[in-house]
Ligand binder design. Structure first.
Ligand code: NIG
Ligand code: FE
Length: 421
């Protein structure tokens, strides 16, 4: 368990090392995977120390006592980066799943006080230990499906105490598992039940987010990003703008839930504020795509949510064609999509968003890492980066799409340690 590991002679290593490394990739750059045949990879103390043709591997490159993993006949990928999840929550909403399958609408359930608010009730009830263990079970399954870094949002507290508790649990998950966790304060996820019936309730909530929750989360070092659910039935562009102005003043970079249910102004706000990422984007016109491209905003597609809610898929092809860098994430949350497997969601990005398998791999590795500011440490197989790797059971990454859902992952390596086999 030293973090020293020799991965020997993979049929193909998808290094992602051939394109730009200091920014997310767009257009044709997204299809270049930097494939190397017959390469070995040495991880020393958790970091990639050498990668090259197996014939050039000499004994001095391998740490004494390093474990060895035979990769012959199989493909090696960077550990996947899940750049949009709501992983810390209490309870479940399987009852809603059945209601929706029977015809109920997600937005209507939300408007009636169910949906997000039902998870808020259950999350507030849980103590830290329960939140941690429920979330840990999900993170363990994510890891086994190939995810070695994950963004986690708050947003099921909607009050100061529970929002901070969720973020602390997210940090604890990192400490207990070693998985790289990036946190986002999504205090503006929904208007809480206790303020719904007050005429000034909306404005009071936005004030609390701006004056209480965001400053406290930033001061405690609990939030790496700020996010707002800017969409029909959630927060208006005007409310979102107030929160983003505050986030900017606090030095928090921005990610935004945008344009999921309509042309609701979120994508344009993301561009205006130079957000790192705008997410969902089912409804986007040429002008909105150009604004995202010109502002360097990563478009994060969440095809699992599209599959579950049945409200259509974001047009990934149009985004690639317009030169917008694209990332793909699970959105793992208790309501609109509880899928945990990013290696499966990568396939949905092909079938639903019409990305090519190569683009989908870039979208779940380098581009997702870049949207989180992690491109200097993850998302590629390269000397100096984290020793996070996924060994497939076959020699071709396209099998993740072709045979989507099959058990195609042979091993997951996190910081040079075998976490799943
Ligand atoms: O990204 N859109 C807002 N938030 C989540 C859904 C959360 C929930 O239903 O609990 C999403 O889809
Ligand atoms: Fe989300």
């Amino acid at each position: 368990m030293t973090g020293d590991l020799l991965l020997r002679a993979a049929a193909r290593v998808y290094t992602l090392a051939d394109g730009p490394k200091d920014r997310p990739r767009a257009g044709a750059e997204m299809a270049a995977l930097g494939v190397r045949e017959g390469w070995s990879v040495v991880v020393r103390g958790g970091t990639i120390a050498w990668a090259g043709p197996d014939a050039e591997l000499t004994a001095d490159k391998v740490p004494a006592g390093a474990a060895e993993l035979d990769c012959r006949g199989r493909a090696l990928l960077p550990g996947l980066v899940d750049s949009h999840t709501h992983l810390v929550w209490g309870g479940d909403r399987k009852d809603e799943l059945e209601m929706r399958l029977a015809g109920a609408d997600y937005e209507a359930i939300f408007a009636a006080g169910g949906g997000i608010l039902s998870s808020v009730r259950k999350t507030r009830e849980r103590d830290d230990a329960a939140l941690l263990s429920e979330s840990m079970a999900r993170l363990g399954r994510m890891l086994r499906a190939g995810t070695t870094a994950v963004e986690i949002k708050s947003g099921y507290g909607l009050d100061l105490d529970t929002e901070l508790r969720q973020l602390r649990v997210a940090r604890r998950l990192a400490e207990e598992t070693g998985v790289r966790v990036v946190t986002t304060c999504l205090a503006a996820h929904a208007l809480p039940a206790e303020l719904r019936d007050r005429p000034e309730g909306r404005q009071e909530f936005v004030r609390r987010v701006c004056d209480e929750v965001l400053p406290a989360a930033a001061a405690a070092g609990l939030a790496d990003f700020c996010d707002v659910f800017c969409d029909r039935g959630a927060f208006t562009p005007e409310e979102t703008r107030q929160i983003l102005v505050r986030a900017r003043a606090l030095g928090l970079p921005i990610r935004l839930h945008a344009n999921e249910f309509g042309h609701t102004g979120g994508a344009l706000l993301a561009a205006e504020f130079g957000a790192r990422s705008a997410d969902h984007l089912l409804h986007l016109d040429d002008g909105e795509r150009a604004a995202l491209r010109d502002a360097g905003v990563v478009a994060t597609l969440l095809p699992g949510t599209s599959l579950v809610l049945g409200k259509g898929f974001a047009d990934g092809r149009a985004l690639v064609k317009a030169g917008v860098p694209v990332a793909v994430a699970t959105d793992c949350n208790p309501g609109s999509c509880a899928l945990e497997s990013l290696s499966m969601v990568l396939a949905l990005a092909c079938y639903g968003n019409r990305l090519s398998p190569a683009e989908a791999l870039t979208a779940t590795t380098h581009n997702a890492a870049a949207s989180l500011g992690l491109h200097g440490e993850r998302g590629r197989v390269e000397v100096g980066l984290a020793g996070d790797l996924v060994l497939l059971a076959t020699d071709d990454v396209r099998d993740l799409v072709y045979h989507a859902g099959s058990p195609l992952i042979d091993a997951v390596v996190h910081a040079g340690r075998l976490v799943a086999r």
